[in-house]
Write a protein that binds this ligand. Structure first.
Ligand SMILES: Cc1cc2nc3c(=O)[nH]c(=O)nc-3n(C[C@H](O)[C@H](O)[C@H](O)COP(=O)(O)OP(=O)(O)OC[C@H]3O[C@@H](n4cnc5c(N)ncnc54)[C@H](O)[C@@H]3O)c2cc1C
Length: 294
């Protein structure tokens, strides 16, 4: 059932301080709306619990990409199109650039924001495995000031986050130290465009003298929140990529994901795909070492 617009109030504060004051005056009363590509789906379905909407779409403070020597700071209000058009993101953060390129369709990429993807907290959200792999930190802001937390601690359970009622996500910070890593990302869905993933993976790896010196594997749609495969990473570090390692990695990955059956896929299919993606990534990582020696 569609919602009745007459029952809703919409305000659009002109600056970040004004938006934060509103959130503080009445915590929990105002629902921030950025691109609206998640909120308006709920609205259209008559399932939006909030009646007071606060647009943050036009806040310039959230729409800025700052390039610092050691990190890139991406405003939470940046759209997927903003991410796709940024040269540093394309060059140094290909996992995020690729994720931005396969969210929805072009209209969705012009409107949907990185902050909205994070706070909407879907386990299938496309940008989140990349943020885990890159060890992203989030800048949260309220009238009390800013606090910075590791993205890996932000989602605590299905659709649950560390965001307080008076806070906004201001920015996402990515350290500029992974550009020499082999990067691998895949989204497996029903189609390439306009499809929610059945499994998505973002992984980074680096070899030293033929052995794995550092590896980071993150997945979406295989647990209540996007996860790093910490157990699999642990058994891989220090080892050479060979057939026995691929087998061990498959087994370890299967044991640490918690996929479910739902309308998009089955736990069995998700497990098989997740294992194949881990193996494909490792094969590419191993092959990069052979190329370097040639
Ligand atoms: C047709 C269609 C296709 C889609 N395809 C994909 C897909 O392929 N992959 C994918 O991952 N997603 C997809 N989505 C979901 C959606 O586009 C993304 O999650 C998008 O990033 C949401 O951003 P937004 O700015 O539109 O969020 P909004 O709808 O504005 O907000 C979403 C939630 O985040 C909160 N929020 C937003 N910004 C902030 C902030 N800065 N601080 C605090 N809270 C905030 C809002 O209060 C709300 O709870 C699709 C949606 C549609 C309609």
């Amino acid at each position: 059932m569609r919602s009745d617009p007459a029952e809703f109030e919409l305000v659009a504060p002109a600056s970040l301080p004004k938006a934060l004051s509103l959130l503080t005056e009445n915590p929990g009363a105002w629902l921030p709306i950025a691109g609206g590509t998640d909120v308006m789906v709920q609205f259209a379905a008559g399932k939006l619990p909030a009646r007071k909407l606060m647009s943050i779409w036009n806040l310039p403070e959230l729409r800025h990409i700052e390039i610092l020597p050691n990190e890139i700071r991406i405003g939470a209000g940046c759209t997927y199109t903003d991410l796709r058009q940024n040269e540093i993101i394309a060059r140094e953060f290909p996992l995020l650039a690729r994720a931005a390129s396969w969210v929805g369709g072009i209209a969705n990429q012009n409107r949907g924001t990185l902050g909205g993807n994070i706070v909407n907290a879907s386990p299938a959200a496309d940008s989140l495995p990349a943020l885990l792999a890159y060890d992203a930190e989030l800048v949260l802001v309220s009238v009390r000031g800013e606090r910075r937390i590791g993205y890996r601690n932000f989602h605590t359970d299905y659709k649950k986050t560390q965001l307080s009622a008076d806070e906004l996500v201001r920015a996402v910070c990515l350290p500029r130290k992974y550009s020499e890593y082999v990067s691998y990302t895949r989204k497996v869905g029903t189609r390439n465009a306009q499809a929610i993933s059945k499994v998505c993976v973002a992984a980074l790896g680096r070899l030293d003298n033929g052995a794995i010196a550092d590896v980071r594997i993150a997945m979406g749609s295989v647990a209540p929140i996007p996860i790093r495969l910490a157990g699999t990473e642990k058994i891989l570090n220090g080892r050479r990529v060979d057939a026995s390692l691929l087998l061990l990695a498959r087994k370890t990955a299967a044991a640490e994901i918690r996929p479910i059956d739902d309308i998009r896929s089955t736990a069995r299919y998700r497990t098989a795909v997740a294992n194949n993606l881990v193996a494909e990534f490792l094969a590419q990582l191993g092959a990069s070492g052979k190329r370097d020696r040639e």
